[in-house]
Design a protein around this ligand. Structure first.
Ligand code: PSU
Ligand code: MN
Length: 304
């Protein structure tokens, strides 16, 4: 589908896909709504470089001029990092944002849609969205989970964001038929920390093992994503007991400010950066780099 009228592939990405070279998709909400400037654009560029250094071609995805743009130029990255009017685009917003030609940042859900349309199998992010804490009151469940249940892309993350209800997020993914694979771990990593107390049922120890499961999932035509949960290196983590108090405070401030819906995740991430005096931002950046290294290796193994 690389010639679809609503897709615009960079020359490099188009060529790589044509030649069956490894390509790794990257999202843009993490740039526009997940981190402050200029750290966001530094992170975006370095993540792309890490993917190149590990033998794959990076394809950052955004919605520009009514198309999925797959493979951004440096000036596009700068624009996503600085523009004030960038929409955070989930599945429900796609048709509207394409039609109005607004500038759109893709979430995990919509990056998966764009990647799949372009034929990209592997996508690297920080942490996926999930079931929010207090679900019984507001029913906030990220569209990322539904997308993982229906779009066959392998998503490399550092676990679900620790601001979420992790056991419910795992239950939801089980219902949707999404394998959650611990990379060299038996426990779900919790974004800022390298492990939670939640045991996983699936584990893989090499990129080759993951690539072979991706091929079987395709051969069975399962039409579901695979989630690779890659723990942040311990030297960069914020231990659970430390971050938990901060998350509780951030959620209390969110509720007091009346923030909900799509603004919840960006608000909480920014609040935690503030409450940790920037430490959580450094952690978030390092976990993305770690995921980029693994994602590139999986893409390379898949094409072998
Ligand atoms: N990972 C990060 N930072 C982020 C995100 C992921 O390290 O900001 C974004 C992704 O785009 C993800 C979104 O899809 O957070 C979740 O938003 P929501 O909870 O509204 O679905
Ligand atoms: Mn939500």
């Amino acid at each position: 589908m690389t010639h679809h009228p609503l897709l615009s592939l960079s020359k490099e990405v188009a060529q790589a896909l044509e030649n069956n070279q490894p390509v790794v998709a990257l999202e843009s909400t993490i740039i526009s709504h997940g981190m402050p400037y200029p750290k966001n654009v530094e992170m975006a560029k370095k993540t792309e470089q890490i993917i190149r250094d590990h033998g794959a071609i990076p394809a950052t995805i955004a919605i520009i001029d009514g198309q999925f743009k797959i493979g951004l130029e440096e000036e596009d990255l700068e624009r996503m990092a600085t523009a004030k009017d960038v929409r955070k685009v989930s599945r429900r917003d796609l048709a509207e944002v394409f039609a109005s030609k607004a500038l759109g940042a893709t979430t995990v859900a919509t990056t998966m849609i764009g990647a799949h349309m372009a034929g990209i199998k592997v996508f690297v992010t920080g942490g996926i969205g999930g079931v929010h804490r207090g679900y019984e009151d507001h029913m906030d469940v990220s569209a990322d989970l539904e997308e993982l249940g229906q779009t066959p892309v392998t998503v490399v993350c550092a676990g679900a964001k620790a601001i979420l209800d992790l056991p419910r997020t795992l239950e939801y993914l089980e219902t949707k038929g999404v394998p959650v694979v611990g990379y060299q771990t038996d426990y779900l990593p919790a974004f800022y920390s390298s492990r939670s107390e939640h045991k996983l049922v699936s584990r893989a120890d090499s990129p080759e093992e993951i690539a072979s499961r991706m091929k079987i999932s395709e051969a069975l035509d399962l039409q579901a994503g695979t989630l690779i949960a890659n723990p942040i290196p311990q030297e960069y983590e914020i231990p659970n007991e430390e971050i938990e108090k901060i998350i509780d405070q951030a959620i209390a401030e969110q509720d007091a400010a009346g923030v909900h819906g799509k603004d919840s995740t960006p608000f909480l991430l920014a609040k935690i950066v503030e409450l940790t005096q920037g430490r959580s931002l450094e952690t978030n950046i390092q976990l993305v780099y770690n995921n980029a290294r693994l994602g590139a290796k999986i893409a390379v193994a898949y094409q072998k």
